[in-house]
Design a protein around this ligand. Sequence first.
Ligand code: DUC
Ligand code: ZN
Ligand code: ZN
Length: 481
Amino acid sequence: MAEYDLVIRNTTIATASDVVKGDIGIAGGRVVALGERLDKGRREIDGTGRIAVPGGIDAHVHFDQDTADGSVFCDDFESGSRAAAAGGTTTIIPFAYQNKGQPLRDAVNKYHARAEGKSLIDYAFHVILSDASEKIMGQDFTALVADGYTSFKVYMTYDDVKLTDREMLDALAAARREQAMLMIHAENSDCITWLTERLELKGMTAAKFHATSRPFVVEREATHRAISLAELLDVPMLLVHVSAKEAMHEIQRAQARGLRVYGETCPQYLFLSEEDFEKPGDEGAKCVCSPPPRGTDNQEHIWTGLAANTFHVLSSDHAAFKFDDVRGKKLPGARESFRKIPNGVPGVETRLPLLFSEGVNKGRISLQQFVALSSTNAAKIYGLHPRKGTIAVGSDADIVLWDPERKVSLTNSILHHNCDYTPYEGRELTGYPVMTLSRGEVVMDEGRMSGSAGRGRFQKCDRPEAARPRGRPLIDPSIFN
Ligand code: DUC
Ligand code: ZN
Ligand code: ZN
């Protein structure tokens, strides 16, 4: 009787720390052995010429999320998770969105119901915190962290969700108490509103003026402010979707001061630029996301930040709206003003192929950094490690085999999401995922999807070690505890 359900044989095994050759033995959905010449498994996969990496963790995706403007995200947990798996991702962390005043527990239950029976791969949840009042933070917050929801997104802009600085301090104090991770959308709301009104008065309403309404200083100022508040109370935090070098420099300065400040960036800041807004017709709307892509020169700065480990996570921020749809990029009013264009781009399936091809194969980052950025660091920062994010004895057999030489032309027709475009149409890539295993089950083989919708399991997150305060607040913690 074979000891292993499956053996992946003679492959290159890459983790965030090492690249070695060997076999991977899998039983009961977990990795049970790493070695050479392992005994025969019930099933054998020849990994020669492939690179086995921990399945990607996409720690920032929006699926089936409520919106305030009548727009509709075109991917739900089924299409979104299928696209994720096709692109080499085995765990997704979407958002449970709290309407203002709504108990956090209600928000979480609502999104569980949306994921139930749909997700092909495992998932956890971040909670979008739009109400940080004492009632919510004192009761719901504590209970949710204990139940495995340990990361909370805070917006500094958007009227339906934004927190004031004072409310952010409440959230920070609670996060410190519970050792939860706060994820910050850092843009100065009043600046954006002021600029948007003036642009509209001047008739500067085309999609490209979306970028004009949110220049880099808007992001830099909010990043600096968020870090200052975190420093005051000594609370780790992660800045999401960092777009510009100026915000990145704020993060670097904080890190140099020894603060636990983490950074996330996204493919749109490596591969898109302001020039994409100049595309003919309404095409510019396809790249409207917030923060917006910057100048082409900025892209290399963000690559440098990835190579220097300033950024810990590369997520997709998949927020997909159809282009040719009145519930998407053609929402009523969107053609009259950029203000009405739903913010977001699709990217859950293209995140890792883009990073591998242009990062690893072009020598900008190492293979170990690819693993760290695409999987391991997110697992650590959000309390899923070592169950997820590595290939080690005892970890879930979430493994992706890459053909590092496979040539692929990215085009929307090969993707599995429910969106009618990809902003990366026509890109020529080298290196592509050819097999995705989720807990030892093959869910993608050479682009063919298998596994039933709903097989994905909810993953409780532990209190992340990364969210542990350093113990050096600028003021006596007895004042705010
Ligand atoms: N923030 C996100 O996190 N995603 C999409 C748009 C936005 O503003
Ligand atoms: Zn955001
Ligand atoms: Zn997002």
